[in-house]
Design a protein around this ligand. Structure first.
Ligand code: ATP
Length: 405
């Protein structure tokens, strides 16, 4: 701890009354200069002390905050399962422990089965959790009007047509299905290698039909929201109904709908519950409603066939890697806004990029642009594409792929 510095000595005035007046005046002047100097020193000390006091106040505030945080016990998250005469049954997330606990009368009016609550060490319900702070806001991405259109997607014209028939028609003209007396197709499943435009396709339909685009990734659901998968699936469908017309896009559906395994770990049971919820939501869904469901996977081989039954994902559309014409078209799309030299030959680039996905072609164009910038040019030349091609091809080789096609 720093101690206060000692106060400077006060200057003495030693004035001899016998001294001639002129000399007395000199002594007084000297004394005055001393007083001013000491005064300056004292003012400096006062400033230092004020600064130090501020710093100490801040530290005290910090310690008080730390102290109160340490004193408050953390709360656990649980879901209300059912109300009984003896109290409420809640299930703690993570441990999945079910507990019968009492509820304060003021809380029981606001709560219903399925709500999330914060509980203390003795499982007393402390507070209901606000829907807005609920996990669903983090797990689902909503776009009112995605800015992708069909003309931004190259090389998969047949797939675009099929998706339009299966998704756009029931949304834009549901009556025709009723008149003909058939059910519109259930969900659409897009399957194919990564980066081939599956997400773009779903967004483009949403854009074209003025529908809200709601996306949820299956993998996030099982990795981040353990114990909440089934509830989030229910919320997802509810959210879609709130935003009708809506396109509900479930990416990486294989994460929640993989073939059942023999293993009986709790993680598998959790994935099972999530999938059962998905199936029951789809079965109970009014197909003529204004919500259409599109799912995507890179692992079609792993899917549980139960999700492919009629009324569920009964429209399977394969989105393959683009062929040569498709690649040329995708290159054109991604260079439309770029300053490209006449020497750039898209046909020959399309020939040299066999096996490239749409995403890889998009990054090829960006890389070519980067080579031009590095060379301090504003125009992108064929050499830039050639150099970019080498770079992207090497990166793709190093990129281990886990999908099977
Ligand atoms: P994943 O299976 O990895 O989720 P995906 O098939 O959903 O991939 P997208 O997210 O639609 O792929 O595509 C990623 C990016 O790649 C797009 O933003 C776009 O830039 C480019 N791309 C992919 N396919 C095409 C295509 N057919 N036409 C134009 N661009 C494409």
């Amino acid at each position: 701890m720093a101690h206060s510095p000692s106060v400077p000595d006060r200057p003495d005035l030693d004035l001899d009354p016998e001294m001639p007046e002129g000399e007395q005046l000199d002594v007084l002047k000297e004394h005055y200069v001393d007083l001013v100097r000491i005064n300056d020193q004292l003012e400096e000390r006062v400033d230092d002390a004020t600064d130090r006091r501020e710093t100490l106040y801040e530290r005290v505030d910090e310690l008080e905050r730390e102290n109160s945080t340490l004193k408050t016990a953390s709360l656990y998250i649980a879901t209300v399962e059912e109300f009984t005469d003896d109290g409420v049954v809640i299930k703690q997330h993570g441990s999945n422990q079910e507990v019968l606990t009492e509820l304060e009368p003021s809380l029981s009016e606001d709560l219903e089965a399925g709500d999330r609550v914060a509980v203390n060490d003795s499982f007393g319900v402390e507070t209901p959790l606000d829907v807005e702070t609920d996990a669903r806001a983090q797990a689902m991405a909503i776009e009112e009007s995605p800015d992708v259109s069909y003309s931004d997607i190259g090389g998969i014209e047949d797939q675009i047509r099929e998706v339009r028939e299966a998704v756009e028609d029931p949304l834009s003209d549901p009556e025709q299905f009723a008149e003909v007396g058939i059910e519109p197709p259930g969900g659409v499943l897009l399957h194919g290698p990564p980066g081939t435009g599956k997400t773009m396709l779903a967004k483009a339909v949403a854009n074209e039909t003025d529908a809200t685009f709601i996306k949820m990734a299956g993998s996030e659901l099982v990795q981040k929201f353990i114990g909440e998968g089934a509830r989030l699936v229910r919320d997802l469908f509810e959210l879609a109904r709130e935003h009708e017309p809506a396109i509900l896009f479930i990416d990486e559906i294989d994460a929640i709908a993989a073939t059942r395994t023999e293993s009986k770990t709790s993680g598998d049971a959790e994935v099972q519950r999530t999938m059962m919820q998905l199936l029951s939501e789809m079965d109970g869904f009014d197909e003529r409603g204004e919500v259409r469901i599109i799912a995507a996977t890179n692992r079609f081989d792993m899917l549980d066939r139960a999700i492919l039954r009629p009324g569920r994902f009964d429209r399977l559309i394969e989105v393959p890697e683009p062929n040569e014409d498709g690649r040329a078209r995708i290159l054109e799309i991604h260079t439309a806004e770029m300053n490209i030299a006449n020497s750039v030959d898209f046909d020959s680039l399309a020939e040299d990029t066999a096996g490239f996905s749409g995403a890889e072609l998009a990054s090829l164009c960006t890389e070519a642009g980067m080579f031009a910038i590095r060379d301090e040019r504003t125009e992108v030349l064929m050499e830039d594409f050639e150099e970019a091609l080498e770079k992207v091809a090497t990166e793709s080789e190093n990129d281990q792929r886990y999908y099977v096609y």
